[in-house]
Design a protein around this ligand. Structure first.
Ligand SMILES: Cc1cc2nc3c(=O)[nH]c(=O)nc-3n(C[C@H](O)[C@H](O)[C@H](O)COP(=O)(O)OP(=O)(O)OC[C@H]3O[C@@H](n4cnc5c(N)ncnc54)[C@H](O)[C@@H]3O)c2cc1C
Length: 376
């Protein structure tokens, strides 16, 4: 594969680099609360106004119709500049792109891309995380509307979301994976009760969502009844991967910041080991995403290989923040290094969010390596 930019890509990169130089937000992201959500909303809208959102999305839904490699360049430059990452809205929008009607795409995708409307993902439930097909939230047809009843949990951004892409059971008699459908739920509907959960780092990113006879018009079903599992697997494929060079350039920058911080310090053998381990993981991740980038640039949906990226990304993120916490030592415990502390604590969630590392290993074993399925 040729890694150098083609002339059009180089021109795009130069324009983006200069936009980033002019538009980097002066203040760091607040650590938690509505201020944090407002910060991300402002960054999302700024990127959209600059023309940097939906680069590889169809023009008719507000995208720019460019090749997927431009998304990699965007992430690469954002990582290099130390700017906040581009909002991770794409995976929900991709579900609408693949399964939504023309009307659903036209109505919902432009404001999702612009950041004018916020979406959340209502998949997990108490008792249905790794075993997602065990979900019990039901939707019963009543004339031209679905009546939704049940509970979701760990729903990121639900406290400020306008819409939820929600998995519901529409056929209790069908086999577990077949009786599931996907609905677009208006988060301001009567009967939706959102209760934020405070995380160990003090943030309230995710919530419990209780649904008490919530009415959803029939034209807000995405795909056909029973197609929810297929939609869910496509969505998590985008959520878990694909990593690209930009994904790793953020880690490269974090690592170099750590190395600058450590330079000249009298490190213990343990601190040196943590730093070296983080460097090895960053290098392995970078080599992996460079190798696999070519298979992704044609824009085809990500397959189970995304689980390899998620595992390597998780390992790198946790190693880096672990090393950072070790280097800052007691200051992290005392609360004198709040960003390092918060990022370290949040990095622990990387091996859970979007599917746990154990589940990713099973996917890699069974669906990438073709090993025999474990008895279930
Ligand atoms: C920061 C964060 C944000 C999240 N945001 C969202 C969101 O926006 N929307 C949403 O729907 N969900 C969200 N989630 C939920 C996430 O998808 C689930 O937490 C995850 O799928 C694990 O499910 P669980 O928590 O029910 O754990 P469980 O499935 O109960 O797993 C508990 C432990 O058992 C292990 N385990 C379970 N089954 C197996 C198996 N078959 N083989 C081997 N080990 C197994 C797991 O690996 C884990 O270690 C979020 C989670 C986090 C941490």
């Amino acid at each position: 594969m040729e890694f150098a930019d083609a002339p059009d890509e180089a021109e795009f990169r130069a324009g983006l680099r200069s936009w980033l130089a002019d538009n980097l937000l002066a203040e760091p992201a607040p650590l938690h609360g509505p201020e944090r959500a407002a910060f991300w909303g402002a960054w999302h809208r700024a990127l959209h106004a600059g023309g940097w959102m939906g680069l590889s999305w169809p023009v008719e839904v507000g995208g720019r119709g460019l090749a997927a490699v431009y998304e990699a360049i965007l992430n690469d430059e954002i990582g290099r500049a130390g700017a906040p990452p581009a909002p991770h809205v794409g995976f929900l929008g991709r579900a609408l792109l693949h399964f939504g009607t023309v009307e659903q795409r036209r109505r919902h995708l432009p404001p999702l891309l612009s950041g004018d409307e916020v979406w959340c993902q209502g998949f997990s439930e108490p008792g249905a995380g790794s075993d997602l097909a065990a979900l019990r939230t039901s939707a019963t047809l009543d004339g031209d509307r679905w009546i939704v009843r049940g509970q979701k949990v760990w729903t990121s951004d639900a406290a400020w979301a306008d819409w939820c892409l929600m998995l519901v059971r529409t056929d209790a008699g069908a086999a577990k994976h077949r009786g599931i459908s996907a609905l677009i739920v208006d988060m301001r509907s009567p009967g939706v009760d959102v209760r934020p959960i405070t995380q160990i780092n003090g943030d309230t990113e995710f919530c419990e969502v209780f649904l008490d006879d919530v009415t959803v018009p029939v034209d807000r079903m995405v795909g056909t009844p029973g197609q929810g599992w297929e939609l869910a697997m496509t969505t998590v494929g985008y959520e878990r991967g694909p990593a690209d060079v930009g994904f790793s350039s953020r880690y490269v920058r974090l690592l170099s910041e750590l190395e600058v911080f450590a330079a000249g310090a009298d490190l213990t053998a343990h601190q040196r080991l943590q730093l070296a381990r983080a460097r090895v993981h960053v290098e392995v991740l970078r080599a992996h995403v460079l190798r696999s980038l070519s298979s992704r640039t044609d824009g085809s949906p990500p397959g189970p290989e995304g689980s390899i990226d998620k595992l390597l990304g998780t390992r790198t993120e946790q190693a880096l923040h672990h090393a950072a916490a070790d280097l800052h030592g007691a200051a992290v415990v005392r609360g004198a290094a709040p960003v390092v502390r918060s990022e370290y604590l949040y990095s622990r969630a990387a091996s859970i969010a979007g599917g746990t590392s154990q589940i990713q290993r099973t996917i890699v074993a069974e669906r990438v390596l073709g090993l025999p399925r474990a008895p279930r």
